[in-house]
Ligand binder design. Structure first.
Ligand code: MN
Length: 407
């Protein structure tokens, strides 16, 4: 394995297409305190399909009758995205999943088992040999019953590499069409994930796509996913807004923007429709009743908002001065500027202009200083109407612009 050589060779060794596997409805819904009805899951699934997601993990059917119904609803309705369900390597569960997916356009079984010493000993209470046997048996049983059989190793990043390589190799021999590596506790660094993907690609001789599932406990889920793509991962797990167990998973929208911004670097394509991401995030936030942080990348309230004078001045001349992507590319509209303590006169002038008003230079400077002073105790002025009211109530005589001329 020579990751540096791989990098130096540039695009030739990289896959062109990366499949997006969304687990908002499974890992995302497992997040503490989040639960949605089958009908709500269907609404989210439709939005995921609309945004170009290749594989939608609809749930873990043995969890409850409601979960079973959710998956059936989704499987029966979607026609473009592949629908998958999580399943333990147990024959009865595989049969149940097959029955649930019987009317789906395209089906995928997502078999998984933990492969790390700590999970095998303290959770599964199984020897590595037993884990290996159960896996092979289940994959052989499932193979041919679904369009795709995916095998995932839980806690892959804390597994013994020889054992992990071995189980992946045997999984493919038994009929797995995709193998997947989970950084279950979110402990990996980007270079670890890249090395792991390279190792497992070599173990399975690139006969099937290698995927990754990264958690965000070190705030590295998206970075780890990107590093995996560079190392040749052909499928990546994401969730909308990054929701998931504990600190969550790699975020779909962050991954999409990173791939968009660094298109030449990655040389990969996905089926994601960027313009649908804003409304998809809105749907998931609304339907799952999520609280989005102020500074959450791309979707937080402040993600595309500007106040400081220098930034707003730059933004008014060219919006790319302080944003890596135009929010409209993501279908995100919204307020971009507010007037506060850090405001400069360019922003005040811009706000006045939006209402067809202007002020002489010295008056503009005076108003700007007053806005700054006012906002320290009273908070920012959120829009042009608030500014006009503020200016008028402080005795400013605003001149009205008509066709660019002052009347
Ligand atoms: Mn997970």
């Amino acid at each position: 394995m020579d990751i540096l050589r791989t990098y130096r060779q540039g695009g030739s060794v990289f896959t062109r297409k990366v499949a997006i596997f969304d687990t908002t409805l499974r890992d995302g819904e497992q997040a503490p305190g989040i639960q949605v009805s089958p009908e709500t899951k269907l609404i989210i699934a439709r939005a995921l399909e609309d945004a170009g997601i290749d594989v939608i993990e609809a749930g873990f059917p043995v969890n409850s009758p409601s979960e079973k119904r959710s998956v059936e609803l989704i499987a029966n309705e979607l026609s473009i995205s592949e629908v998958t369900v999580l399943c333990r390597p147990i024959k009865e569960e595989i049969d149940l999943c097959r029955d649930i997916l019987r009317r789906a356009e395209r089906t995928r079984l997502h078999l998984w088992i933990a492969t790390s010493p700590i999970h095998m000993k303290y959770k599964l209470n199984m020897s590595p040999a037993k884990v290996m046997n159960k896996t092979i048996e289940a994959i052989r049983y499932a193979s041919g019953k679904f369009d795709t059989v995916q095998f995932s190793s839980e806690d892959a990043t804390r597994s013994d590499l020889d054992f992990l390589s071995g189980i992946m190799r045997e999984a493919v021999r038994a009929g797995a069409d995709v193998v997947n590596l989970a950084d279950t506790v979110g402990c990996a660094l980007p270079e670890h994930m890249a090395l792991l993907v390279t190792e497992i690609r070599s173990a399975v001789r690139d006969r099937v796509p290698v995927g990754v599932h990264c958690h965000n406990d070190l705030n590295l889920a998206t970075a780890n996913t990107l590093a995996s793509i560079r190392a040749g991962a052909k499928q990546v797990d994401v969730t909308v807004t990054g929701i998931g167990e504990r600190a969550g998973n790699a975020s779909l929208e962050q991954l999409a923007v990173a791939l968009l911004f660094h298109k030449k670097h990655f040389e990969v394509e996905t089926n994601i429709r960027p313009d649908k991401l804003g409304s998809l995030c809105d749907t998931v936030v609304r339907e799952m009743k999520l609280k989005v942080g102020l500074t959450q990348p791309l979707i937080g309230e402040n993600a595309f908002k500007h106040e400081s004078g220098i930034h707003v001045h730059g933004m008014l001349n060219n919006p790319m001065t302080y944003e890596l992507v135009d929010p409209q590319v993501l279908g995100i509209l919204g307020k971009r500027y507010i007037l506060g303590k850090h405001t400069g006169k360019a922003a005040v002038k811009h706000f006045l202009g939006k209402k067809g008003c202007t002020l002489a230079e010295h008056e503009l400077e005076k108003l700007t200083e007053m806005v700054k002073e006012y906002s320290i105790d009273n908070g920012p002025l959120e829009d042009e109407d608030a500014l006009i009211d503020f200016a008028r109530s402080n005795g400013f005589k605003l001149e009205v612009l008509t066709n660019g001329k002052v009347q």
